[in-house]
Design a protein around this ligand. Structure first.
Ligand code: FE2
Length: 300
């Protein structure tokens, strides 16, 4: 499939939510296309809400296949991403500490097959029951951290290890200190699990003190937040800051307003893997805009 025919037939491309992101959707097997990538820009891949250990076949009969399929798709990308980031809920929650560790180990061992660098952080399913103790045994990183890549400053925020759910004053001060070291025109990407804004607190789709982090980020012109947790694609702005939720690899949740209670969407045999997927993000080093491409999870 050449680029022009792909564009014409298969893309829904929208000029973003107020001038920042550009969105695109792709069909399985067309994952290599990243529109207009200049040499000095790069792209990375977001995988989210894998829930390794989940085993309800009525919701996803291929519960052992979702992660390998996503890894195979990423590894087969012709143009390699600079890195992959897993935005939390690597594993399905369990009260059994031994089983939690077994799931984390299995997940880590499988993800080791990814052929580009990988960044991880935890979701509440991984870390809320023991404040991240087991997670850190396997992934070593602290639950919050920063890194820089080709001119962009990445900040990983932990809004999951405190079940409140909050970032907490200590982390807010850590964020304040980190931002104090950044120039006003520094492009910033925040990676976190729950939405920082109050999308729907009744369903735990919020961070109670997330507005404090948003306030600290507001002076920066180019800030984009990528997160997971809600298990469907969603785009919102708070002021000029964009927030983009990713799909899950294991099960979709019904969007707010479509059902009364938070509900996992049952498997549809007529549309297998519907609403499951992952995302490529072309990051412009100037931070002016990012191109988001939603990738469907392939059937085979
Ligand atoms: Fe999740």
């Amino acid at each position: 499939m050449d680029e022009s025919s792909f564009n014409r037939r298969d893309f829904l491309k929208l000029a973003g939510v107020g001038g920042g992101a550009v969105f695109a959707s792709s069909l399985p097997g067309c994952a290599n296309f990243m529109p207009g990538k200049p040499d000095n820009d790069f792209y990375f891949v977001q995988l989210s809400d894998i829930h390794w250990g989940y085993n309800n076949a009525a919701v996803n009969p291929d519960f052992k296949g979702s992660l390998p399929k996503a890894i195979a798709a990423v590894n087969s990308l012709e143009q390699k991403p600079d890195f992959v980031v897993f935005t939390g809920d690597l594993t399905q929650s369990t009260d059994d500490p031994k089983l939690r560790r077994a799931r984390l180990k299995e997940f880590r061992d499988m993800a080791a097959a990814i052929n580009v660098p990988v960044r991880y952080f935890a979701g509440e399913h991984d870390a809320a029951l023991d404040r991240g103790e087991a997670y850190q045994e396997f992934f070593g990183e602290t639950l919050r951290y920063t890194f820089d890549h080709k001119g962009l400053h990445f900040i990983v925020l932990d809004n999951i290890s405190d079940p409140a759910p909050i970032l907490g004053d200590k982390q807010i001060e850590w964020l304040r200190a980190d931002l104090a070291k950044q120039k006003p025109d520094q492009p910033i990407i925040v990676l976190t699990h729950r939405p920082l804004f109050s999308m729907y607190p009744q369903w735990d789709w919020a961070t109670r003190d997330g507005d404090k982090a948003i306030d600290l980020l507001m002076p920066f012109k180019n800030v984009t937040v990528f997160y997971g947790h809600i298990h469907h694609e969603h785009h919102q702005k708070t002021g000029h800051i964009e927030h983009h939720a990713a799909k899950s690899l294991m099960f979709p949740l019904a969007p707010v307003g479509t059902v009364e209670k938070k509900t996992q969407v049952l498997w549809n045999a007529a549309k297998p893997y519907d609403s499951l997927g992952w995302r490529s993000i072309r990051a412009e080093t100037g931070g002016e805009a990012h191109v988001l491409m939603e990738q469907a999870l392939a059937k085979t």
